[in-house]
Every structure is written in structure tokens, then in C-alpha cells.
Design a protein around this ligand. Structure first.
Ligand code: 9MR
Length: 348
């Protein structure tokens, strides 16, 4: 964000202070949610315990006032749904394109929101040139990609999903991907490069189907994070996507156990892509309560605003319907955020 842009978009002393903070203090992106948080909103209710409440945002919908009205009112954290993926940001090797991602980041900052960067290295959504590389050329391209994207957004991202979905379902082995074929140490190399590129950003490992403690995949990710912590590989957070439904049922208090156990390793935990098949209010409330119960659970992000915005729209898994009206799940989440037994999330 340009300093001048901050001045232009805010008024008076507050704007000046915000501009100075962004210009001079690298940790400025770690300030709490916007002062505009209203009590009757998800972000406002979450802020009471020091947490954020976020949503995935699509750049192409930022011109739709029905969409932006809800997104702006209810959420104080934003994740670009696709615009920061490898195919979007580096469509040709060494030629970075940030147009769509910048639209989202600018919108977020203009509206007092923080941003989760998603994602630097993922087996999916890769441009063709990257898929055709291997061994040391691929490893170099991975590092170059991290440096290119993170330096563009330096100081403006609350947390990066440095590596996304690197483990296989079922066995808990590493997922077989071009990245994995460059050697087991690709994940730690990515985290080290990321720390150097933007020391102010929290660095997360993000995955799905790691909500249930007993699953082999969860155990493998846990072992990796424990190993990273023990060896000083820089990692600050673990993102639990939490795409729940018949394929990945929400299982009672199990998510809370998982969040607690990961937090005990000394990392923040975050719910990063929450959606639940048919949006049962009780399950949504239970997920919120699981996060509230764990002091190091920093916040919750839902994966889209209205049901038709969802990647699995047929399952109507979100908090707002196609008319933009609040669903019963919304009311359950808001109630849990306001009245649940919550621990306070400290700023780590
Ligand atoms: O919701 C995203 C969808 O629009 C994209 O087509 C898809 C492929 O890039 O990715 C979806 O988001 C995924 C996220 O990036 C990682 N976790 C699983 C999400 C749902 O598939």
C-alpha cells in the first residue's frame, strides 16, 4: 500500500497515524481489527476475545455492492480465494502479476481489515511452466516464487499459508507432488525463505482433514510441526481448513483436542476455510466454541460470503443465503462468539 493512498483514504489524525505506522513499523499489520467493528457483527463479536473473523474474498465480486456490503460489515480478515495462487501470481516464470490480488488487499486495507496470504506453495493451481520443472531448477523456482510474492506484499500480510496441503489423505505420508520430489526438506526450505522475505508475517502450514486428532494425516502434520519447533525451523501457525460434511464429519470435541495439542507446540492455530455441508447451526457454534476454548486460536475464516459464492454452492455451506440474508448458522455463530465461554487470544 502506498503511504499517499492511506492518507487519501482516511481522514484526520487517525489516517496520519495509520500511514506513519504502516510506513515505519513492520508489525503494523499485527494491530487488532478495525475500530469500525460493530457489536452486532461477527468481527465485532470475535474482537471481544481478541480474535478475528474472516472470509475468503473473490476480486471479481468486489464490484457487487450486495457482496461488499456484507463482506465489509461482518469480517475483519480477508483471504483472497484464488488470486494469490501460483498460477495467478506467476503465470510466466519470473513475471509476477498482482493485479487481482492487489484489488483485494487494497480493498481490505482501505476498509481496515487484515489479510491472510493464500498460498505460496501448493500442488494445485500451478502454472504450466512450473509443472514442467524438476530437481534443482524447480527448487530454485519455488524459492524465487516465495521471494517474488512476499516482497511485493511485505509488511501487509498478517499470516501467509506458506505451504498448503502437503500431506496425503489416509496414510499421512507426504503427498506425491513435483514439490515433494525435490526432497523432503522442501517444506522447511520454504518456511526459511518466507521468514527471510517478510519477518513480520506469521508463517502458517495449512491443510484439510486434519481436524480429527486420531487421523494419520493429523498426526503427520503434528509430528512435522513438533520437529520444526524443536529444530528452530520458523513456523508460527497451523491453519485447519475445516471443510466439514459427510466426507469429513465434525466429530464432537475432537477439533478442540487437536487445536489444543498443536497450540501446545507453541504455534497459533487458526480455522482458515470453514464451511459445513447444509450449515447446521449447532455444528457452526461448536466449531466457534472450540476456537474460543483455546487461547492460541487466533481466529476463524469462512470460505466465502453467501452460499452461491461457495466452491461447493450446492451444499449451501455458508452463513448467508443467495439473497444476502443471515441464515440460522449466522445467528448461532454470532451467539457463540458473544456468549460462549471463551479464553482471550493474546497477541503473539
Ligand atoms: O474455493 C477455491 C476455488 O474457487 C478454486 O477453483 C480451487 C482451485 O484453486 O480452490 C478453492 O479453494 C481451495 C483452497 O485454495 C485450498 N483448500 C481447499 C479449497 C477448496 O477447494
Amino acid at each position: 500500500m502506498e503511504f499517499r493512498k492511506v492518507l487519501g483514504l482516511t481522514t484526520g489524525l487517525l489516517g496520519l497515524l495509520a500511514g506513519l505506522a504502516v510506513a515505519e513499523i513492520p508489525q503494523a499489520n499485527a494491530t487488532p481489527g478495525p475500530p469500525g467493528n460493530k457489536p452486532g457483527t461477527l468481527a465485532g463479536a470475535a474482537a471481544h476475545s481478541g480474535r478475528y473473523f474472516g472470509t475468503a474474498v473473490t476480486a471479481s465480486k468486489l464490484g457487487d455492492p450486495a457482496y461488499t456490503t456484507i463482506a465489509n460489515r461482518e469480517f475483519d480478515m480477508v483471504t483472497p480465494e484464488n488470486e494469490m495462487k501460483l498460477d495467478a501470481t506467476e503465470p510466466r516464470q519470473g513475471q509476477f502479476v498482482f493485479t487481482a490480488a492487489d484489488r483485494i488487499v487494497d480493498w481490505a486495507v482501505e476498509n481496515g481489515k487484515r489479510v491472510r496470504g493464500h498460498t505460496l506453495l501448493w500442488h494445485a493451481a500451478q502454472p504450466g511452466w512450473l509443472q514442467s520443472l524438476s530437481s534443482s531448477a524447480l527448487r530454485q523456482a519455488m524459492t524465487d516464487h516465495i521471494n517474488g510474492v512476499m516482497s511485493h506484499y511485505k509488511g501487509r500480510i498478517y499470516a501467509w499459508d506458506v505451504v498448503n496441503e502437503a500431506f496425503a489423505d489416509g496414510t499421512g505420508a507426504r503427498r506425491n507432488s513435483n514439490f515433494q520430489r525435490t526432497g523432503d526438506d522442501w517444506i522447511e526450505a520454504a518456511f526459511r525463505a518466507a521468514r527471510a522475505a517478510d519477518p513480520a508475517a506469521k508463517l502458517c502450514y495449512n491443510d484439510y482433514n486434519i481436524e480429527n486428532w486420531a487421523s494419520a494425516k493429523t498426526q503427520s502434520v503434528y509430528a512435522m510441526v513438533a520437529d520444526f519447533r524443536a529444530r528452530g525451523v520458523p513456523i508460527d501457525c497451523v491453519g485447519f481448513q475445516a471443510h466439514f460434511g459427510s466426507g469429513n464429519p465434525y466429530d464432537g470435541s475432537d477439533l478442540r483436542t487437536t487445536l489444543r495439542n498443536f497450540a501446545a507446540l507453541g504455534v497459533d492455530v487458526q480455522i482458515t476455510e470453514l464451511d459445513i455441508q447444509a450449515a447446521p447451526p449447532a455444528t457452526y457454534a461448536a466449531v466457534v466454541n472450540d476456537c474460543l476454548a483455546v487461547p492460541r486460536c487466533a481466529g476463524i475464516t469462512v470460505w466465502g460470503v453467501r452460499d452461491p459464492d461457495s466452491w461447493r454452492s450446492g451444499e449451501t455451506p455458508l452463513l448467508f443465503d443467495g439473497n444476502g440474508d443471515k441464515k440460522p448458522a449466522y445467528t448461532a455463530v454470532l451467539h457463540a462468539l458473544r456468549h460462549g465461554h471463551h479464553s482471550h487470544h493474546g497477541h503473539g
